[in-house]
Write a protein that binds this ligand. Structure first.
Ligand code: ADP
Ligand code: MG
Length: 244
Protein backbone atom coordinates (compact mmCIF):
# COMPACT_ATOMS: atom_id res chain seq x y z
CA UNK A 1 0.00 0.00 0.00
CA UNK A 2 1.16 3.51 -0.75
CA UNK A 3 2.28 5.62 2.20
CA UNK A 4 -0.45 8.05 3.27
CA UNK A 5 0.38 11.74 2.91
CA UNK A 6 0.12 12.17 6.67
CA UNK A 7 0.84 9.29 9.05
CA UNK A 8 0.38 9.94 12.75
CA UNK A 9 1.38 7.17 15.12
CA UNK A 10 0.65 7.23 18.82
CA UNK A 11 1.60 10.80 19.46
CA UNK A 12 1.58 12.26 22.94
CA UNK A 13 1.96 15.83 24.07
CA UNK A 14 1.83 17.40 27.50
CA UNK A 15 2.08 20.98 28.63
CA UNK A 16 3.47 20.56 32.14
CA UNK A 17 0.98 18.37 33.97
CA UNK A 18 -1.67 18.67 31.28
CA UNK A 19 -1.74 15.69 28.92
CA UNK A 20 -3.17 17.32 25.78
CA UNK A 21 -2.69 14.67 23.06
CA UNK A 22 -3.12 11.07 24.20
CA UNK A 23 -1.84 8.31 21.95
CA UNK A 24 -3.35 9.80 18.83
CA UNK A 25 -3.02 7.77 15.64
CA UNK A 26 -4.54 8.48 12.27
CA UNK A 27 -3.67 8.79 8.61
CA UNK A 28 -4.67 11.20 5.88
CA UNK A 29 -4.50 10.08 2.28
CA UNK A 30 -3.49 12.35 -0.56
CA UNK A 31 -6.53 14.37 -1.65
CA UNK A 32 -8.49 13.60 1.48
CA UNK A 33 -10.38 16.31 3.39
CA UNK A 34 -10.52 15.66 7.11
CA UNK A 35 -12.59 17.84 9.42
CA UNK A 36 -11.65 17.88 13.10
CA UNK A 37 -14.33 18.89 15.55
CA UNK A 38 -14.64 18.75 19.31
CA UNK A 39 -15.08 20.85 22.42
CA UNK A 40 -12.79 23.73 23.26
CA UNK A 41 -9.61 22.54 24.95
CA UNK A 42 -9.79 19.05 23.46
CA UNK A 43 -6.41 19.45 21.72
CA UNK A 44 -7.46 20.30 18.15
CA UNK A 45 -5.08 23.24 17.74
CA UNK A 46 -2.22 21.38 19.37
CA UNK A 47 -2.85 18.48 16.98
CA UNK A 48 -2.63 20.84 13.97
CA UNK A 49 0.40 22.65 15.32
CA UNK A 50 2.18 19.35 15.90
CA UNK A 51 1.73 18.42 12.24
CA UNK A 52 3.80 21.35 11.00
CA UNK A 53 6.02 21.30 14.08
CA UNK A 54 4.92 24.61 15.53
CA UNK A 55 4.66 22.33 18.56
CA UNK A 56 7.00 19.46 19.44
CA UNK A 57 5.60 16.11 20.50
CA UNK A 58 6.78 14.06 23.48
CA UNK A 59 6.46 10.63 21.87
CA UNK A 60 5.17 8.93 18.77
CA UNK A 61 5.84 9.84 15.18
CA UNK A 62 4.43 12.05 12.45
CA UNK A 63 5.41 11.42 8.84
CA UNK A 64 4.59 13.66 5.93
CA UNK A 65 4.84 11.87 2.59
CA UNK A 66 6.88 9.15 4.29
CA UNK A 67 9.38 11.49 5.92
CA UNK A 68 9.41 11.81 9.73
CA UNK A 69 9.12 15.40 10.92
CA UNK A 70 12.55 16.95 11.30
CA UNK A 71 13.90 18.37 14.54
CA UNK A 72 15.26 21.81 13.73
CA UNK A 73 16.97 23.85 11.06
CA UNK A 74 16.67 23.96 7.31
CA UNK A 75 14.65 20.76 7.00
CA UNK A 76 12.04 22.41 9.15
CA UNK A 77 11.78 25.25 6.65
CA UNK A 78 11.20 22.66 3.93
CA UNK A 79 8.45 21.06 5.99
CA UNK A 80 6.77 24.39 6.60
CA UNK A 81 6.92 25.05 2.88
CA UNK A 82 5.09 21.77 2.23
CA UNK A 83 2.43 22.29 4.87
CA UNK A 84 0.32 25.44 4.51
CA UNK A 85 -1.29 26.78 7.65
CA UNK A 86 -4.25 29.13 8.05
CA UNK A 87 -5.15 30.34 11.52
CA UNK A 88 -8.26 31.77 13.07
CA UNK A 89 -6.65 35.22 13.26
CA UNK A 90 -5.53 35.79 9.69
CA UNK A 91 -1.92 36.65 10.71
CA UNK A 92 -1.13 38.64 7.58
CA UNK A 93 1.95 40.85 7.63
CA UNK A 94 0.36 44.18 8.54
CA UNK A 95 3.02 46.38 6.95
CA UNK A 96 3.07 44.62 3.60
CA UNK A 97 0.55 44.86 0.79
CA UNK A 98 -1.74 41.98 -0.02
CA UNK A 99 0.42 41.12 -3.02
CA UNK A 100 3.62 41.24 -0.95
CA UNK A 101 2.02 38.98 1.64
CA UNK A 102 1.55 36.35 -1.04
CA UNK A 103 4.91 36.73 -2.82
CA UNK A 104 7.17 36.92 0.23
CA UNK A 105 7.58 33.23 1.10
CA UNK A 106 7.97 31.93 -2.47
CA UNK A 107 10.71 34.52 -3.07
CA UNK A 108 12.51 33.96 0.24
CA UNK A 109 12.05 30.24 0.76
CA UNK A 110 11.69 28.87 -2.76
CA UNK A 111 13.91 31.42 -4.48
CA UNK A 112 11.18 32.28 -6.97
CA UNK A 113 11.82 35.43 -9.03
CA UNK A 114 9.76 38.50 -8.21
CA UNK A 115 8.05 38.48 -11.60
CA UNK A 116 7.18 34.81 -11.34
CA UNK A 117 5.99 35.15 -7.72
CA UNK A 118 3.77 38.12 -8.62
CA UNK A 119 2.25 36.33 -11.58
CA UNK A 120 1.40 33.31 -9.47
CA UNK A 121 0.18 35.52 -6.59
CA UNK A 122 -2.24 37.33 -8.88
CA UNK A 123 -3.59 34.00 -10.13
CA UNK A 124 -4.14 32.86 -6.54
CA UNK A 125 -5.68 36.16 -5.44
CA UNK A 126 -8.00 35.86 -8.41
CA UNK A 127 -8.87 32.30 -7.42
CA UNK A 128 -9.92 33.44 -3.94
CA UNK A 129 -11.72 36.48 -5.35
CA UNK A 130 -9.55 39.35 -4.10
CA UNK A 131 -7.30 40.16 -7.08
CA UNK A 132 -8.66 43.72 -7.08
CA UNK A 133 -7.29 44.22 -3.53
CA UNK A 134 -3.70 43.31 -4.39
CA UNK A 135 -2.19 46.74 -3.75
CA UNK A 136 -4.03 47.39 -0.49
CA UNK A 137 -2.78 46.92 3.04
CA UNK A 138 -4.40 44.07 5.04
CA UNK A 139 -6.16 46.48 7.44
CA UNK A 140 -8.07 47.97 4.50
CA UNK A 141 -9.72 44.60 3.82
CA UNK A 142 -12.66 42.95 5.54
CA UNK A 143 -12.01 39.93 7.73
CA UNK A 144 -13.35 37.59 5.06
CA UNK A 145 -11.07 39.14 2.44
CA UNK A 146 -8.06 38.93 4.78
CA UNK A 147 -8.71 35.27 5.46
CA UNK A 148 -8.95 34.59 1.72
CA UNK A 149 -5.59 36.35 1.28
CA UNK A 150 -4.20 34.12 4.04
CA UNK A 151 -5.39 31.08 2.08
CA UNK A 152 -3.79 32.43 -1.12
CA UNK A 153 -0.57 33.08 0.79
CA UNK A 154 -0.47 29.49 2.00
CA UNK A 155 -1.24 28.17 -1.50
CA UNK A 156 1.59 30.22 -2.98
CA UNK A 157 4.06 27.69 -1.58
CA UNK A 158 2.33 24.86 -3.44
CA UNK A 159 1.82 22.92 -0.23
CA UNK A 160 1.17 19.20 -0.19
CA UNK A 161 -1.17 19.69 2.74
CA UNK A 162 -3.25 22.56 4.09
CA UNK A 163 -4.01 22.87 7.79
CA UNK A 164 -6.82 25.26 8.62
CA UNK A 165 -7.49 25.88 12.31
CA UNK A 166 -10.94 27.43 12.80
CA UNK A 167 -10.48 29.66 9.74
CA UNK A 168 -13.95 31.21 10.03
CA UNK A 169 -14.30 31.50 13.81
CA UNK A 170 -13.13 35.10 14.00
CA UNK A 171 -15.32 36.28 11.12
CA UNK A 172 -18.56 38.19 11.18
CA UNK A 173 -21.38 35.86 10.10
CA UNK A 174 -21.88 37.47 6.71
CA UNK A 175 -18.26 36.74 5.77
CA UNK A 176 -18.14 33.11 6.75
CA UNK A 177 -19.57 31.76 3.51
CA UNK A 178 -17.15 33.57 1.24
CA UNK A 179 -14.27 31.81 3.04
CA UNK A 180 -16.06 28.44 3.19
CA UNK A 181 -16.76 28.67 -0.56
CA UNK A 182 -13.02 29.05 -1.22
CA UNK A 183 -12.33 26.05 1.03
CA UNK A 184 -14.96 23.93 -0.73
CA UNK A 185 -13.40 24.80 -4.09
CA UNK A 186 -9.96 23.91 -2.76
CA UNK A 187 -11.29 20.55 -1.62
CA UNK A 188 -12.88 19.96 -5.03
CA UNK A 189 -9.57 20.78 -6.68
CA UNK A 190 -8.04 17.85 -4.79
CA UNK A 191 -6.09 19.62 -2.06
CA UNK A 192 -5.34 17.46 0.97
CA UNK A 193 -6.79 19.34 3.92
CA UNK A 194 -7.12 19.04 7.68
CA UNK A 195 -9.70 21.56 8.82
CA UNK A 196 -10.68 22.33 12.39
CA UNK A 197 -14.15 23.81 12.14
CA UNK A 198 -17.61 23.65 13.60
CA UNK A 199 -19.17 24.58 10.28
CA UNK A 200 -21.28 21.49 9.73
CA UNK A 201 -22.39 22.59 6.27
CA UNK A 202 -18.78 22.63 5.16
CA UNK A 203 -18.10 19.27 6.79
CA UNK A 204 -21.09 17.66 5.10
CA UNK A 205 -20.27 19.18 1.73
CA UNK A 206 -16.51 18.79 1.61
CA UNK A 207 -15.23 16.34 4.20
CA UNK A 208 -14.34 12.75 3.49
CA UNK A 209 -14.02 12.07 7.21
CA UNK A 210 -14.84 13.76 10.48
CA UNK A 211 -12.58 13.22 13.47
CA UNK A 212 -14.27 13.98 16.77
CA UNK A 213 -11.75 14.90 19.47
CA UNK A 214 -12.40 15.11 23.18
CA UNK A 215 -9.95 15.14 26.07
CA UNK A 216 -6.95 14.67 23.82
CA UNK A 217 -8.23 11.59 22.02
CA UNK A 218 -9.93 10.88 18.73
CA UNK A 219 -13.21 9.35 19.85
CA UNK A 220 -14.83 9.01 16.45
CA UNK A 221 -13.58 8.81 12.88
CA UNK A 222 -16.40 8.53 10.36
CA UNK A 223 -17.78 9.97 7.13
CA UNK A 224 -19.72 13.20 7.86
CA UNK A 225 -23.20 11.81 7.19
CA UNK A 226 -22.68 8.93 9.55
CA UNK A 227 -21.02 11.07 12.22
CA UNK A 228 -23.68 13.80 12.26
CA UNK A 229 -26.70 11.55 11.85
CA UNK A 230 -25.54 8.68 14.02
CA UNK A 231 -22.74 9.60 16.44
CA UNK A 232 -21.56 6.60 18.40
CA UNK A 233 -20.30 8.07 21.65
CA UNK A 234 -22.18 9.98 24.34
CA UNK A 235 -19.50 12.69 24.19
CA UNK A 236 -20.19 13.31 20.51
CA UNK A 237 -23.97 13.18 20.98
CA UNK A 238 -23.69 15.70 23.79
CA UNK A 239 -21.39 17.95 21.78
CA UNK A 240 -23.62 17.87 18.70
CA UNK A 241 -26.73 18.61 20.77
CA UNK A 242 -25.05 21.83 21.87
CA UNK A 243 -23.85 23.10 18.51
CA UNK A 244 -26.55 22.00 16.08
P1 ADP B 1 -8.54 23.25 21.17
O1 ADP B 1 -7.88 23.82 19.96
O2 ADP B 1 -9.25 21.97 20.94
O3 ADP B 1 -9.42 24.25 21.86
P2 ADP B 1 -5.88 23.32 22.29
O4 ADP B 1 -5.05 22.39 21.52
O5 ADP B 1 -5.73 24.77 22.00
O6 ADP B 1 -7.41 22.87 22.22
O7 ADP B 1 -5.58 23.14 23.83
C1 ADP B 1 -5.64 21.89 24.48
C2 ADP B 1 -5.17 22.05 25.92
O8 ADP B 1 -3.81 22.39 25.92
C3 ADP B 1 -5.89 23.13 26.70
O9 ADP B 1 -6.05 22.67 28.01
C4 ADP B 1 -4.93 24.28 26.64
O10 ADP B 1 -5.07 25.12 27.75
C5 ADP B 1 -3.58 23.58 26.64
N1 ADP B 1 -2.53 24.34 25.94
C6 ADP B 1 -2.51 24.61 24.61
N2 ADP B 1 -1.38 25.28 24.28
C7 ADP B 1 -0.67 25.43 25.43
C8 ADP B 1 0.58 26.03 25.77
N3 ADP B 1 1.35 26.59 24.82
N4 ADP B 1 0.98 25.98 27.05
C9 ADP B 1 0.22 25.40 28.00
N5 ADP B 1 -0.97 24.81 27.76
C10 ADP B 1 -1.42 24.83 26.50
MG1 MG C 1 -8.13 25.57 18.93
Amino acid sequence: MAEPLVAIEQINKSFGEVHVLKDISTTVEKGEVVVVIGPSGSGKSTFCRAINRLETIDSGQIRIDGTPLPEEGTQLAALRADVGMVFQSFNLFAHKTVLENVTLAPMRVRGTSKAEAEKRAMELLDRVGVANQAQKMPAQLSGGQQQRVAIARALAMDPKLMLLDEPTSALDPEMINEVLDVMVQLAKDGMTMIVVTHEMGFARKAADRVLFMADGRILEDAPPASFFDDPKTDRAKDFLSKIL
